[in-house]
Design a protein around this ligand. Structure first.
Ligand code: UD1
Ligand code: UDP
Length: 368
């Protein structure tokens, strides 16, 4: 059987890499990888870590493209790849523009789609934007839904999808994480090696479209004030390459003592940095899944989350983007040991590290 795995951004690459490795091990499967190149340097970082050499690279990246440009370029590029390789199944992961166009291109060729990380929902079509729409649109043209959790499965059942096509597999991000976090990790990059990790290190990431502009200004302003108020805090922020993020990060945080604005980290150092941090503040999806596994309290600076499992487990808190609320909640974790301890539990609501094996087994059972 021929399987085409398609991805285009950093988080998709991280979560697809364990599946690509499993597919490669299976002698009954002819596996090919197509990257759209929606991201470039932060995608290539991941390909390098997992030693994946794409068979097809649509190379659509151009800084500052609109959603329509990404969509049309990826769709046209994928059409050629599908016509050349003629896969029996096309796999996509998550909710980016690459994901929706991958599913659509397969549908136009009547090729079944396997959707990894299916069934996440915030139930607000504009938040996350455009991801909530991407995943709903993708579900409609998906044949095999690989739901990471029971909650995700329940969302799909409520929308009327056939239970026989929904599989709860765990999230492959935990498979990826298992291989990266090490006990005595040494960073090969300054300034990460010289940071005092017994100080209270706050790791920040932020990139979401619905936070662009004022919400992001509030988040970064809150972080600036926290660093000014608390001399024991070190803030580390690997800044997403998007200029819409960089400009605001520079405006509030550049040049401050105990603030480290750094380039995006490769996956291995990033996860090990998370493991050494005290608190994680993020609007990322994947980071919300990794932090609970590492026992790190994660404060989510978004209005909605499609990942309620961490909140139910008590390791994540949904703050929104109000500056005063962010300051209050971070200070609570810094000052109140009980609050900190109640959130700093290593729990694993997102998977056990075997999701990719399960997914490939299911594919074999259904197709071979
Ligand atoms: C995309 C996904 C989002 C996902 C995020 C993960 C869409 C619409 N958005 O958002 O769901 O959470 O990836 O990071 O699919 N850039 C670079 N180099 C890169 C990557 C990005 O310079 O390697 C800059 C470019 O200026 C680019 C901008 O970032 O135009 C935004 O990239 P884009 O792919 O449109 O969206 P993200 O915000 O990264
Ligand atoms: N990540 C990384 N380097 C960084 C920041 C994040 O490798 O500097 C990883 C992180 O561990 C997670 C993924 O990138 O697995 C999340 O990507 P992102 O936040 O860009 O996207 P989202 O998950 O929000 O779609």
């Amino acid at each position: 059987m021929k399987v085409l795995t398609v991805f285009g951004t950093r988080p998709e690459a991280i979560k697809m890499a364990p599946i690509v490795k499993e597919l490669e091990k299976n002698s009954n499967i002819e596996s090919r990888v197509c990257v759209t190149g929606q991201h470039r340097e932060i995608l290539d970082q991941v390909l390098e870590v997992f030693d994946i050499k794409p068979d097809f690279d649509l190379d659509i990246f151009k800084p500052g493209q609109s959603l329509s440009q990404i969509t049309t370029k990826a769709l046209l590029g994928m059409e050629k790849v599908i016509e050349e390789f003629r896969p029996d199944l096309l796999l996509i992961q998550g909710d980016t523009t690459t994901v929706f166009t991958g599913a659509l291109a397969a549908f136009y060729h009547k090729i079944p789609v396997g959707h990894v990380e299916a069934g996440l929902r915030s139930e607000n079509i504009y938040s996350p934007y455009p991801e909530e729409a991407n995943r709903k649109l993708t579900s409609v043209i998906t044949s095999l839904h690989f739901a990471p959790t029971e909650i995700a499965k329940e969302n799909l059942l409520q929308e009327g999808y056939n239970p026989a096509d929904i599989y709860v597999t765990g999230n492959t991000v935990i498979d990826a994480l298992k291989y990266t976090v090490k006990d005595k990790y040494i960073f090969d990059k300054s300034p990460l090696d010289s940071i005092q990790y017994n100080n209270k290190v706050i790791l920040l990431t932020s990139h979401r479209r619905e936070n662009w502009g004022e919400p992001m200004e509030r988040i970064f302003s809150a972080m600036k004030k926290i660093v000014e108020m608390r001399p024991e805090v070190e803030l580390i922020f690997p800044v997403h390459p998007n200029p819409k993020v960089r400009t605001v990060a520079d405006k509030y945080l550049k040049g401050m003592d105990r603030v480290h604005l750094i380039e995006p980290l490769s996956y291995e150092p990033f996860c090990n940095l998370m493991a050494k941090s005290h608190i994680v503040v993020t609007d990322s999806g994947g980071v919300q899944e990794e932090a609970p596994t590492l026992g790190k309290p994660v404060l989510v600076v978004r209005e909605e989350t499609e990942r309620p499992e961490g909140i139910e487990a008590g390791t994540a808190k949904l703050l929104g983007t109000d500056e005063a609320v962010i300051i209050e909640e971070v200070l609570r974790l810094l000052d109140d040991e009980n609050s900190y301890k109640s959130m700093a539990n290593a729990v694993n609501p997102y998977g056990d590290g075997y999701a990719s094996k399960r997914i490939v087994e299911i594919i074999c059972n259904r197709f071979l």
